[in-house]
Design a protein around this ligand. Structure first.
Ligand code: PBG
Length: 325
């Protein structure tokens, strides 16, 4: 059938008919809300590169997590800022670290919220790289031990899911082993499986104070032009025991999300990263775009590409908009 008998506009004539044929529905249940925890109390300091995102002490973090939960957002992702950095990032796996303390307190106040912890060394090391550095090189195998210790300390604090974001080879296996050997066989691993070396992490590095002090992350994070390699990364992480796999960033990598969805049956997360967030906030501040519509369109696009879980700093705003819709 062809025009004039066929007219696709028939199913677009009003909101209710559009609703009936809508293919992708966004819900607060799709979101994971990332939060940055610092030592101290009563701290709620806006991160200048990320308007609307804050450095939070544990007490303030609980309030933020509670409002997310009330809006139907099931999960938060925690990043920690240490009191002191050193060569081997010891605070990453300290029971007294900001993340460990936050996990304990959040799970006590809000037992039902799913607390995911980012497992990485870059916020904790004085050189800002994601592991052990020797002669200007990031060493893979010695780093695995630190990552595993870090993941275990998060599980001991009560984390529901651990999420390694370092891109070392073999980290999922190392973490699965240490968790299982210590009675945490029920704690899932969400791996940052296809994580690219991206300029879109710019604002995050101010938020997490994790800018590498020399060089860059190109020897461990993926090269942006590569798609087939992403599928190999995801496949390896699945073989090593990842329960949820992630593509990061999201917007310049929607094709990677799509291919990951087509090739694997694991739950798939996509990270709508700091640069993607801050560009929208900056343009909205200038009055150049309609923030609510643009954010909804972006998050819907990430889901339409194939993501089941969308990690986004817009989570609370977007959930409010979805509820009031
Ligand atoms: C830690 C980590 C980073 C992000 C998440 N975990 C930064 C990086 O790899 O440089 C980026 C998150 C964002 O930009 O929102 N390795």
């Amino acid at each position: 059938m062809q025009f004039p008998f066929l007219r696709l506009r028939r199913l677009r004539r009003n909101e209710n008919i559009r609703k009936m044929v809508r293919e992708t529905e966004l819900s607060p249940a799709d979101f994971v809300y990332p939060l940055f925890v610092v030592h101290g109390s009563n701290v709620r300091e806006e991160i200048s590169s990320m308007p609307g995102v804050f450095h939070l002490s544990v007490d303030m973090l609980i309030k933020e997590a509670e409002s997310a939960l009330k809006l139907g957002i099931p999960s938060i992702l925690l990043f920690g800022l240490p009191g002191k950095k050193d060569e081997i990032g010891s605070e990453a796996y300290s029971a007294e670290g900001a993340v460990q303390k936050a996990v304990k307190a959040v799970k006590k106040a809000l037992p039902e919220i799913i607390v995911i912890t980012d497992v990485c060394m870059c916020e904790y090391t004085s050189h800002g790289h994601c592991g052990v550095v020797k002669d200007g090189e990031l060493l893979n195998d010695p780093t695995l031990e630190l990552l595993a210790k870090t993941a275990l300390s998060h599980a001991e604090a009560g984390a529901d899911i651990v999420a390694p974001s370092d891109m070392m080879d073999g980290r999922v296996k190392a973490i699965r082993e240490i968790l299982d050997n210590n009675g945490f066989e029920d704690i899932p691993i969400m791996s940052y499986a296809a994580k690219y070396s991206s300029a879109f992490y710019g604002p995050f590095r101010e938020a997490a104070d994790s800018t590498p002090q020399f060089g860059d992350r190109k020897s461990y994070q993926m090269d942006p032009p590569n798609l087939r390699e992403a599928l190999r990364e995801i496949s390896l992480d699945i073989q090593e025991g990842a329960d949820i796999v992630m593509v990061k960033p999201a917007l310049a990598y929607l094709d990677v999300i799509r291919e990951a969805r087509r090739n694997f049956n694991h739950p798939l997360a996509a990270y709508n990263v700091s640069g993607e967030y801050s560009m929208v906030k900056a343009a909205a501040e200038k009055g150049w775009i309609d923030e609510k519509r643009v954010v909804t369109e972006i998050l819907t696009g990430i889901k339409r590409a194939g993501a089941d879980i969308v990690i986004t700093y817009h989570a609370v705003d977007a959930a409010k908009w979805l509820i009031s819709k």
